[in-house]
Design a protein around this ligand. Sequence first.
Ligand SMILES: Cc1cc2nc3c(=O)[nH]c(=O)nc-3n(C[C@H](O)[C@H](O)[C@H](O)COP(=O)(O)OP(=O)(O)OC[C@H]3O[C@@H](n4cnc5c(N)ncnc54)[C@H](O)[C@@H]3O)c2cc1C
Length: 390
Amino acid sequence: MTHTAASSGPGTGRKLLLIGGGHSHVEVLRRFGRHPVADMALTLLSRDRHTPYSGMLPGYVAGHYRWADVHIDLARLARFAGARFIQDTATGLMLEDRTVRCESGYVLPWDRLSLNIGSTPSLEATGAAEHAVAVKPIHRFNDRWLALLARVREGSRRLRIAVVGGGAGGVELLLAMQYRLRRECHALGQDPDRLAFALFTRGRTILPTHPTGVQRRFLHVLAERGIGLHCGTAVSAVDATGLETEDGRHHRADEVVWVTRAGGPEWLCETGLALDSQGFIKVRESLQTVTDPDVFAAGDIASMVRHPREKAGVVAVRQGPPLAANLRRSLTGRPVRAWRPQRHWLALISTGDRYAVASRGWLGFGGRWLWHCKDWIDRRFMRRYRTRDD
Ligand SMILES: Cc1cc2nc3c(=O)[nH]c(=O)nc-3n(C[C@H](O)[C@H](O)[C@H](O)COP(=O)(O)OP(=O)(O)OC[C@H]3O[C@@H](n4cnc5c(N)ncnc54)[C@H](O)[C@@H]3O)c2cc1C
């Protein structure tokens, strides 16, 4: 980005508080940085300073990208937008007082509020919170991933890695992990077959929201790569030695990665905001919550009442521009506008080895060139949020 910081410094005028540095809020910050609203104090409150771009996460694990390539520095982006950046976690929201409470005890006032906090993995199986690692928060996953890499590099014993969750995230992540870890073994002159991989899903098949042709392709890839597949059985417990499935079987595992369907965080239940059955905030077509027109939500945490959609980064990205526009309209006293999400979009699911499968509606096809398209799209996306000092 080449524009200089916005003039709307913190501490004056109407207060717009953004909670979470997700895919929609980064676009809000970029737009407010380029075209500031006069007499507005903008604050970004986020648990993490570095927010990962989901599309590139499996590529980072596979070793195609560096850590710095796949995340956006929110403190820098906030500076560009003339916003105050607070690294803290929201734990409460008081609609009557127009305040948000943070983990540190800080209380932040707002006139307009927007939530883009993603979804919270439900580590519901006994012992999962203690023994498994979820993909989010990302810094915790990354620490555990780096530790696993080190274990593979330093040891020579057999290691079993299990991924729980048969959606696109789980399948992509597993294939990326296998690709990277086997390459590490090769590079060290070790037998890569000392690493065993397995995928567990309660669904009858993998990738349930994708066409059968795409499911078949990935079933073939998993079989070809010797990955154990356990469909139709939920994981009921995780301990230090592995995991147990609902049919009572115990499966040994040295690392359990949790990528199952997620929900909204507990603290939202206390806020008075209307939530759907999974704990996501119900929003209108304007991205205003159904409860309070001064409170907006976007990305995974938002549940569009009239247009329910799958939770995906691409939806959160597309909500960025209408969210920014409606926040601006709301702050300047103009009527907000309705926005309708697309029914179908192109998903590019990678197989770890610089190959991707395209999935849209009933359509599915694959190729190396598709991975390069994905790479180009993802890198272009990231460039939008790099400030001059990045
Ligand atoms: C391995 C994997 C691969 C995926 N690949 C794709 C893909 O290729 N394409 C795709 O469309 N989707 C993909 N997804 C899904 C995608 O990750 C999510 O749909 C997307 O990240 C949701 O974005 P978001 O903007 O809602 O929130 P997020 O990107 O999750 O961002 C949430 C932000 O809020 C902050 N935050 C959270 N809680 C709080 C709090 N209480 N207080 C303050 N800050 C908070 C976090 O620090 C973070 O900055 C993938 C998912 C996984 C697990």
